[in-house]
Write a protein that binds this ligand. Structure first.
Ligand SMILES: *Cc1c(COP(=O)(O)O)cnc(C)c1O
Length: 355
């Protein structure tokens, strides 16, 4: 029996994506070849990556005269380095909302100066901090839209134009309709709402590309080179991109509005339940709660053992919190059904009878 997967990433994808990917592993497109063996230069794969790049822009409501979409390697973590490598000349501003933004900050600091414009470190990253007005001296502002480890999420974004706004959207991309045109560069490791691990999506405003550092030494780290090579500067992650395409089609046919409505319903139900019982301690501040990752602890080890027992019994998988913060985390990515969340809330009710 298939387990209910609340894992934070890699994570659940739509069942149809699993099934269609499995078919393509045996025979892609009826070509008589596996998706795992076709050339990335074949007509069949060119059609895949072209459609996937197009769908990324379409789902974001962006035009390809203004923006360009890439599928790169190296995860969101490589973007932590590529962004300053390409765009940091004297000073960049970063918002510190936890581990992932800190990693981005420390990579940028190896290139030039970084100012942490706002941080929620003092609260243990339970909240999204207010962002003060930004002065025109910065090369860009970087923020992390959803903090996977802590379960916090930006619900509105600062106006910083003309300063370029750059965002790590790894764990909440396409979870909600968003004004993507506010951003100059958006990136996300695929493995949390796009597809299997392996590829990373990067969407860049063409006007930002014009300001790429001209001293870039490594071609492989240069966005302009990736754009020029149509996202095929080297062999792309063929399978991961194909499976991502299947998911992007699924997103398009569902619409982001409907996806958001379902996500909102799932998150509301779960938060309502964890607020109900005093042996469950929600982690994130209510003002900053994420609709993707719901974090909580349990007041004592007996209650935790009871909860673990029932999760096991009901095939609920992937709830262990990040090793840095402990506790529990239920990730409610797009493909997770409301029925799965109901099974989790029923489990809380059941545990509550025994505490
Ligand atoms: C998971 C995650 C990352 C790391 O992604 P990799 O693809 O493993 O490098 C970065 N940022 C956020 C917000 C994440 O959730």
């Amino acid at each position: 029996m298939k387990k209910l997967n609340f894992g934070a990433g890699p994570c659940i994808l739509p069942q149809s994506v699993f099934e269609e990917s499995a078919k393509a592993v045996l025979d892609f497109n009826g070509d008589g070849l596996s998706i795992l063996e076709i050339s990335h230069r074949s007509k069949s794969f060119e059609a895949v990556i072209d459609e996937a790049r197009q769908l990324l822009l379409e789902l974001m409501g962006l035009s390809d005269s203004e923006y360009v979409a890439l599928f790169l390697h190296g995860g969101a973590s490589l973007q932590f380095a590529m962004i300053p490598y390409n765009f940091l000349r004297s000073k960049a501003a970063y918002v510190d909302t936890g581990v992932w933004s800190q990693k981005a900050i420390s990579e940028a600091q190896t290139i030039a100066a970084v100012e942490v414009l706002a941080s929620s470190k003092e609260s243990g990253y339970r909240i999204i901090p207010p962002i003060p007005p930004i002065s025109a001296e910065f090369d860009y502002l970087h923020l992390t839209t959803n903090n996977t480890i802590y379960g916090t999420q930006f619900h509105q974004f600062p106006e910083v134009a003309p300063i370029p706004l750059i965002a790590d959207m790894s764990s909440d991309i396409f979870s909600t309709p968003r004004d993507y045109s506010k951003f100059d560069l958006i990136y996300a490791g695929a493995q949390k709402n796009i597809g299997p691990a392996g590829t990373t999506i990067v969407v860049i405003k063409r006007s930002l590309l014009e300001s790429t550092n001209s001293v870039n030494r490594f071609k492989i780290l240069d966005y302009a080179q990736h754009v020029k090579a149509d996202s095929m500067l080297n062999t792309p992650t063929v399978f991961s991109i194909y499976a991502s395409l299947l998911n992007l089609r699924w997103l398009k046919s569902n619409t982001l509005e409907a996806i958001y409505a379902a996500n909102d319903e799932k998150a509301s139900l779960l938060y309502k339940t964890i607020d109900l019982f005093d042996w469950i301690k929600p982690f994130a501040d209510p003002s900053s709660r994420s609709i993707m990752n719901v974090t909580f602890t349990i007041d004592n080890s007996d209650h935790a053992a009871l909860f673990d027992h029932y999760c096991n019994k009901y095939d609920i998988h992937g709830l262990k919190g990040h090793r840095l913060v402990g506790g529990y985390r239920a990730s409610l990515y797009n493909a997770l059904s409301i029925e799965s969340v109901k099974r989790l809330t029923d489990t809380f009710e059941e545990v509550n009878k025994h505490v």
